[in-house]
Design a protein around this ligand. Structure first.
Ligand code: GLY
Length: 401
């Protein structure tokens, strides 16, 4: 258990005139986590993002295959529990035990790879906190399901689609975000002694390092492999502006994902990759600090920001710096977090479930073929990583990943 947190005044706070210090911003996250986890336990949903911060109006259901995001609420509630020790938080998270088990056993999780996001922030975190063996069992089932997505020929985990279908666009496709799913596999090896989980996680990280990072240290979002031979075919894109652009959030998934791969393997090549991407990310920032959602937008595209990329970046930089200190990167991490604590980004109204304004999601095809446009929303993942970043400052690194 971590030490106790600052508290907020119990009334609804509408205080958008000054920046919050880290302790008050964390207390705000605790309070929103408390409200949100009750709503999630009453009616499980995905709650991915929202234009006005009301995640519970997002139409995707908990069991829908697109749901990769419910656990950002359980993750925040468990971070809150670690500092407040409030048993009601744990009780609310535990109310979801049956649906998390059913999701992986009865609802065909065989067409997506985000079991790491979903089960690290639920089953793994709960097992670590409580020792409950039911959560361990569910977490291991999720790791087994994720392991089925490994292509031995190409050495990667396929992002989406069934593994026995080879005619869809998803066949042979891996994406940069998947680095954040690997901690579930590393955990499964630690728990069971079965090295297979660890080995495929290492293979996937190696394949990502070899193919997704360009010579200038930017990244592509996706990469395609030949289904028959496993040979690299070339870059692809589903989330950045275009195939040759530089998606900000993808870079931050990679900075954090590679730093975590180092934590679990001790292989310096991953730390080197994380550091290269971090320096490129920092060099790409402008005076606003919070990054544009893609660093290579044409001049006629609105330069929307992505607060979630900033929050993930702070966690990734912190993880990297734990293993390899660097004063310039540390200064940027601090400046990014301070910027997120200003009224431009932080929504202090407790009636709004969302914490951070100005996150980014894709919004369909852009005006030229092969491009994507974006919209500005609150994101549940941005809120989670913002809270984790504050928590790291106030209480030390998290053991969740
Ligand atoms: N992992 C999905 C996203 O970052 O949008």
């Amino acid at each position: 258990m971590k030490s106790s947190a600052a508290t907020l005044a119990p009334s609804n706070v509408v205080e958008n005139v000054t920046s919050f210090d880290y302790a008050r911003a964390h207390a705000l996250c605790v309070e929103k986590a408390r409200r949100n986890i009750r709503r999630l336990a009453d009616r499980p949903v995905s709650g991915a993002f929202s234009p006005n911060g009301n995640y519970f109006a997002f139409p995707e259901g908990f069991f829908d295959i697109g749901n990769w995001s419910s656990s950002f609420f359980t993750g925040m509630a468990l971070l809150a529990y670690e500092t407040t020790h409030d048993p009601d938080l744990l009780k609310q998270v535990n109310r979801l035990g049956d649906v998390y088990r059913d999701k992986v056993t009865r609802h065909r999780m065989d067409t997506m790879h985000d079991l790491g996001f979903l089960y690290s922030l639920y089953s793994v975190a709960l097992h670590r906190l409580t020792g409950d063996l039911d959560h361990r069992r569910t977490g291991l089932l999720a790791a087994e399901e994720l392991a089925k997505r490994f292509s031995a020929r190409g050495g990667y985990l396929q992002a989406w689609g069934r593994m026995d279908e080879n005619t869809t666009d998803y066949a042979g496709l891996a994406i940069i975000d998947c680095l954040m799913n690997l901690p579930l596999l590393f955990w499964a090896t630690r728990e069971t002694g079965n090295r297979y989980f660890h080995e495929i996680a290492v293979k996937h990280a190696d394949t990502t390092r070899a193919n997704f990072i360009r010579a200038d240290d930017s990244i592509c979002h996706a990469f395609r492999f030949d289904l028959k031979t496993g040979a690299p075919v070339g870059p692809a894109n589903c989330c950045g502006y275009a195939v040759n652009s530089h998606w900000a959030r993808g870079t931050t998934w990679a900075i954090y994902g590679f730093a975590l791969a180092y934590r679990h393997t001790g292989d310096n090549a991953y730390l080197d990759a994380s550091a290269r991407l971090a320096r490129k990310f920092v060099a790409s920032l402008d005076d606003e600090l919070v990054p544009c959602w893609d660093f290579r937008l044409p001049a006629d595209m609105p330069p929307l920001r992505d607060s979630s990329a900033a929050a993930i970046a702070v966690c990734g930089l912190d993880e990297l710096l734990t293993h390899r200190p660097d004063a310039a990167l540390a200064e940027t991490a601090e400046a990014l977090l301070q910027r997120l604590c200003t009224p431009s980004y932080l929504d202090a109204n407790l009636d709004c479930p969302g914490v951070l304004r100005a996150g980014e999601v894709g919004d369909g095809p852009g005006h030229t073929p092969g491009t994507i446009k974006a919209k500005s929303v609150y994101t549940s993942w941005g809120d989670y990583y913002f809270m984790e970043a504050l928590d790291r400052r106030l209480h030390g690194p998290t053991g969740i990943w």
